[in-house]
Design a binder for this molecule. Structure first.
Ligand SMILES: Cc1ncc(COP(=O)(O)O)c(C=O)c1O
Length: 476
């Protein structure tokens, strides 16, 4: 007779190679959590001076929590790092916050107050930045398929720079400025053939993807921009990928893009070189991202070296970090609903811990196989650590929140679970799969909390359904 499946796994499945069993499955790994995250005397997680249990009582779960001091500190540190690195070579650096990582009016205010400009990637993102009172002249506008209406709005608003991604867009914009009499500063996005993803980079002659112009096609596009009186060419733009560790990919890309920049100087001054974002963060204790100061010095140094080798003046630099500003400032709180040991081949079992959100509030594990970590947030536990998989409540077996993590083995329904490093690309990519309302975003700071984006209700979702005939129930 088969033995009954017990509550605790008897033959746990092996952990992935990168994950080691912690000495303390309550510990908050440095760099993965906001700097001020701690546990109080009762063992509850405290974020920005507010306990996770208090946040659950007040706002419910799932809940996105954003640590305002952490966002501000990261914005300041990043700006200081790039300014200092540029100053070593006698040039200036501008840092745009890449709003796609997390955009709300409040976050735009935080980062602009800390001195950052903002990069937006759609008319909707532009509307959020403008609604926050951002200075339009400090906005950069991205996208591979900006509509005529979006471009018209950007020109009318006085957006500081538009990053041109195709010839079709170039002519669209040319027609708009010819009609309105405006002069629009533009950059040209190029594809350096260098693609960096996670801890590695790949360099090819051409990259088979949708963004930007190849290095060969760019000169003709720049020549066309330069012959149009309503467009002012301010520089090249290149973004090589995301979650990048180390400077090797940036150095290779800088060498290629500076070569093009040097050629284009024959046609006139080019004040700026924008090298995009992509700076990596720690999602788990196994990640060891390069400090931003080191990246900044390495990248600026590479550009300086390439310019010197060609005998040209170094341009001012621009960067577009998103994840590194907001990622580690965000923590998602969930409530555990069920736990289940699942029997695997060879008598092993895996403990599945189901929470009340999932791929609708964090699509990254399903989209990219992204790894996260987790901790029980409502209490400390001395139970032996058990390897678990945290899953959501969606009808999809790929609905994984944390693929592999050690939690105290007595993790149980009703526990509050916190997943750190969810500040970037979780709220932005949130969806309503299975008609789950998107969670609220609460900012914490100095012991106080407040909603900065309200959570959706089921009535919000039903309000879009043109066929609803019966009154809805005011269901939150
Ligand atoms: C053009 C551009 N700039 C900046 C970013 C921000 O990247 P990250 O959040 O990894 O810094 C992205 C991300 O996709 C991007 O496409």
């Amino acid at each position: 007779m088969a033995s009954p499946v017990s509550a605790a796994p008897q033959h746990p499945t092996p952990a992935p190679a990168w994950l080691s069993e912690p000495d303390d499955a309550n510990a908050l790994a440095d760099g993965v959590w906001p700097a001020d995250a701690a546990r109080d005397g009762d063992g509850a997680l405290v974020l920005g001076g507010v306990t996770a249990t208090e946040l659950r009582e007040r706002y419910g779960t799932p809940l996105y929590v954003l640590d305002e001091a952490e966002v501000r500190a990261r914005a300041r540190r990043t700006l200081d790092a790039f300014r200092a690195a540029a100053a070593l070579h006698g040039v200036q650096a501008r840092v745009y916050y890449a709003g796609k990582a997390f955009l709300s009016t409040e976050v735009v205010r935080w980062v602009t107050e800390e001195g950052l400009a903002v990069d937006v990637a759609s008319g909707g993102e532009m509307a959020v930045a403008l609604a926050a009172g951002a200075d339009p002249s400090r906005l950069g506008f991205h996208g591979n398929n900006k509509s005529v209406a979006e471009l018209e709005r950007a020109v009318a608003a006085g957006v500081g720079s538009i990053v041109i991604d195709s010839l079709v867009e170039l002519e669209r914009l040319a027609a708009i400025v010819a009609r309105t009499g405006a002069t629009q500063p533009v950059l040209l996005r190029v594809n350096s053939g260098v693609h960096a993803e996670t801890h590695d980079f790949l360099a090819t002659a051409h990259e088979d993807q949708k963004f930007g112009f190849s290095l060969e096609d760019a000169p003709a596009a720049v020549a066309r921009i330069r012959e149009l009186p309503g467009l002012s060419f301010v520089g090249l733009h290149c973004h090589i990928g995301s979650q990048i560790f180390g400077t090797a990919g940036f150095r290779e890309s800088a060498a290629r893009v500076v070569e093009l920049h040097a050629q284009l100087l024959a046609g006139g001054e080019i004040p700026v070189l924008n090298l995009g974002g992509g700076f990596g963060i720690a999602y788990t204790s196994a990640d060891d991202p390069t400090p931003i100061e080191e990246l900044a010095v390495g990248i600026a140094g590479a550009v300086a070296q390439e310019c010197e080798a060609r005998g040209i003046r170094m341009p001012n630099l621009a960067f577009e970090p998103g994840r590194t500003i907001v990622g580690p400032a965000g923590v998602t709180l969930y409530e555990v609903g069920t736990t289940k040991p699942v029997r695997l081949d060879g008598d092993a079992t895996r403990l599945y811990v189901s929470v009340d959100g999932g791929m609708s509030d964090n699509a990254r594990p399903a989209l990219y196989g992204a790894d996260y970590s987790a901790r029980i947030a409502s209490r400390r536990s001395d139970a032996a650590a058990a390897l678990v998989r945290v899953v959501g409540k969606h009808c999809e077996s790929g609905d994984i929140v944390v693929d592999a993590e050690y939690l105290p083995g007595d993790v149980a329904p009703g526990d509050l679970l916190a997943v750190p490093a969810t500040g970037a690309y979780c709220f932005s990519l949130a969806n309503n799969y299975n008609f789950l309302p998107r969670p609220a975003v609460v900012a914490v700071r100095a012991g106080a909390s407040r909603v900065i984006v309200r959570g959706e209700t089921i009535d919000d979702l039903l309000a879009r359904d043109a066929g609803v005939t019966a009154p809805t129930e005011g269901n939150a």
